[in-house]
Design a protein around this ligand. Structure first.
Ligand code: PLP
Length: 404
């Protein structure tokens, strides 16, 4: 259905060589490569539509403002938000979670209140909460992960108490690939009148997301994992929730009036967007979404599942190979260890063969501790990867195995 060769041609970097070998890029969970249309949107923005937005009466400023606000609507359409007021541009997933952690804690949490996270969270969905918890005396509870890399749902339900104020969990694990049962989790949280934040950093490039259908209070993600530029991402929040939260940062753009005595704040979404936003990045972000929509997220997902199944089968044939994350519903992430070969050794030797994989704790040290390991080797796939590349990965792993 998808013409992978022609898709590859959209990504000039894929034709490059590393250590004299053709690049095989399997580090897509860290960041994806960018198609020409995204890079051209950046170039076009700076060459032809560059002026600071929102405050200008002149032509260029208005054109740049229009492009930025169109990009917001593209994001709104992509995740099926009710209103573009619910789309807050941030620097990425991390900043979006910090924003909610800070503003939600300020407005909604008191000493002794509890929030629920999971053991499989990325550091960016742990540390901001710990910082706020220390400030206000809040308890954090963690949903444990089973041997197959799934959330223990019985424990999830049992963690709720009268003091539970928020659940914040990842939609898809960046280490295990597990697609969490978010429907069930949201329904249960709502039955206890608890709002929920989903970290969609690893989800949006693999799974169609409809925030209204999910009925989720907050959803966050980064453009750069979705074939878009670095330094920009999104906080989606239901409008009534965003209205209730205080601003995160102060400065220009987010104010209505300022006097020496007092400031009144701007309306949504600007209340949460202090300072000059990345108005070039937002338009490139929109180009990335248009690119994904053109290919069709369901086609992308089906193709990536083929790659995942193929790679899992091939890798499983190695004696002494352990795969971390065996959930039936998995995205295209494959974390493994071979015998006692250190992940860094495997990663460095694969790199000499032109193969880019990620090694280490993947910003999930608590999960590593729960799994009783220091780190893994992680191959993660995107729409431009091929079975031939997986064959090269398998040959590479075989070569490394022979060296130890
Ligand atoms: N959450 C998850 C699940 C991730 O995989 C990542 C990045 O790897 C992040 C959050 C942080 O994203 P960013 O660094 O783009 O803010």
């Amino acid at each position: 259905m998808l013409d992978i060769q022609s898709i590859r041609e959209d990504f000039p970097i894929l034709a490059s060589q590393v250590h004299g070998k053709p690049l095989i890029y399997l580090d897509n969970a860290a960041t994806t490569q960018k198609p020409r249309s995204v890079v051209e949107r950046i170039e076009n923005g700076y060459y032809h539509v560059n002026a600071n937005i929102h405050r200008g009466v002149h032509f260029l400023s208005q054109a740049a403002t229009e492009a930025h606000e169109e990009a917001r609507k593209t994001v709104q359409r992509f995740i099926h938000a009710y209103s573009s007021n619910e789309i807050i541009f941030t620097r990425g997933t991390t900043e979006a979670i910090n924003l909610v952690a800070s503003s939600f804690t300020e407005a909604c949490l008191c000493e002794g209140d509890e929030i629920i996270l999971s053991e499989m969270e990325h550091h960016s969905n742990i540390v901001p909460w710990q910082m706020q918890a220390a400030r206000k005396g809040i308890t954090i509870k963690f949903i444990p992960v089973t041997e197959t890399g799934e959330l223990c749902m019985d424990t999830y339900r049992s963690l709720f108490s009268e003091r539970t104020r928020l659940v914040s969990v990842t939609h898809v694990s960046n280490v295990l690939g597990t697609v969490n049962p978010v429907r069930e989790m949201i329904d249960f949280a709502h039955s206890r009148e608890v709002p929920i934040l989903l970290d969609g950093a690893q989800a949006v490039s693999h799974i169609p997301v409809d925030v209204q259908e999910l009925d989720v209070e907050f959803y966050v993600f980064s453009a750069h994992k979705l074939y878009g530029p670095t330094g920009i991402g999104v906080l989606y929040g239901k409008e009534d929730w965003l209205d209730r939260l205080p601003p995160y940062q102060g400065g220009g753009e987010m104010i209505a009036t300022v006097s020496f005595e007092k400031t009144t704040f701007n309306e949504l979404p600007f209340k949460f967007e202090a300072g000059t936003p990345d108005y070039i990045g937002s338009t490139a972000f929109a180009a990335a979404i248009e690119y994904v929509e053109k290919l069709g997220l369901s086609h992308i997902a089906a193709y990536e599942q083929e790659l995942l199944t193929y790679a899992t089968e091939q890798l499983s044939a190695f004696e002494g190979l352990r795969i971390f994350g065996q959930a039936p519903d998995k995205s295209a992430v494959l974390s493994f260890l071979l015998r006692d070969i250190h992940p860094y050794d495997m990663g460095m030797l694969l790199d000499r063969l032109g193969i880019a994989v990620r090694t280490g704790h993947h910003c999930a040290q608590p999960l590593m501790k729960a799994l009783g390991i220091e780190g893994t080797v992680r191959a993660s796939f995107a729409v431009y990867n091929t079975k031939e590349e997986i064959d090269r990965l398998i040959e590479g792993v075989d070569r490394v195995a022979g060296m130890f």
